[in-house]
Design a protein around this ligand. Sequence first.
Ligand code: FAD
Ligand code: GLY
Length: 370
Amino acid sequence: MLMRTYDVIVVGGGVIGSSIAFWLAREGVSVLLLERDRIGYHASRASAGMLTPLAESRVGDPGFDAGVESLELVPALIHEVRELSGIDPEWVASGLLELAFDARSASALGTRAASLERFGCEYLDADQARKQEPRISDLALGALWSPRESHISGERFARALASAAARRGAHFRLGTEVLGLRTDGDRVIGVRSSHDEFSAGNVVLANGAWAGLCNEWLPGFDIPVQPVKGQMVALSAPQPGIRHIVLGSDIYLVPRPDGTLRVGATSEWVGFDTRPTAHATQRLLRAAMHTMPSLADCTFVDTWAGLRPATPDELPLVGPVPGLKGLTLACGHYRRGILLAPVTGWGIAELILNQSVPDMIKCFDPGRFI
Ligand code: FAD
Ligand code: GLY
């Protein structure tokens, strides 16, 4: 049988692979996405879905601008994929409060608020913070208010992107595991999978925490990605509700439209283990009640864990693999994959269409690890 050739094969159907498939298909590029499981089923589903570039990085950090740019892309992107797919990613423009429980953190938050003034951030004293979110503990001394940050369902976002990509002509094979690359000299010409072989001029590895397992496919380049387990707990949201994302001491609280309050998350270097533990659940609940004592009355809904794809410098790997033409990485998004999905999908589409890496994502160049 004649093997169909695609312009691009994307390996992995999390939020990153789905975003890449969408941005490519939208430009008329022929795309095949191969996912061994289901769309958005792993880290993307486990995530808290926070789109918080200001709270999660610092001005001047490499990647700060890409995070802000990604957030800027969100409203139009959500509108487009929701229209095409009929799936609502449940994006909530909530704003965020980051609390200080001691004088040193309060002073640091005051300084940060000043440096982020152009994004509408401001420092609130304890009374002002409690006006925004009355359940905050009496022990909180103040807060950074960041109005532009928001949250979304990571799984629904991935499914909406994938379904919108399909409407734009992208092809999908689910339940199909990629087992290796097909090469011709120093060029990638496709992949071998658990079902068939597929041909393409470009292959993009977007397989999250599993990218580091592909090293045997790549002579001369090790993909420095390791899984970092994140455990989370869901409570029934208290009434009256919590309106904003709240960052407490070593914890975050995200009130989702499904009526749950997400409490996250641990960071554990324990390999590919995704079993929730009693100890982590206890630690998360204790920190949640320290941040908002009235959460003690909430009912317990669920607990789960997912694997963040971590790199040594906590920045993703997005760009060509040195020494192997036609192979591109889009992995290692660690704690910010939901946030960075729009700019990653856009950036990979630009790279493949123009054969050059856009400035916005140059700081994610995999070549920095040679
Ligand atoms: P995944 O969603 O894991 O997708 C990778 C896919 O590749 C999987 O579906 C897998 O089945 C597939 N795959 C692997 N190997 C193969 C193969 N050989 N062949 C075919 N398919 C393959 N980020 C944020 O921005 N905001 C947050 O608030 C946030 N909170 C988080 C909370 C927790 C508890 C966790 C665990 C993560 C959180 N993250 C957050 C991080 C975010 O979830 C990840 O960075 C993001 O989901 C990574 O997306 P991905 O598509 O690379 O990986
Ligand atoms: N970005 C939140 C987390 O990774 O837990």
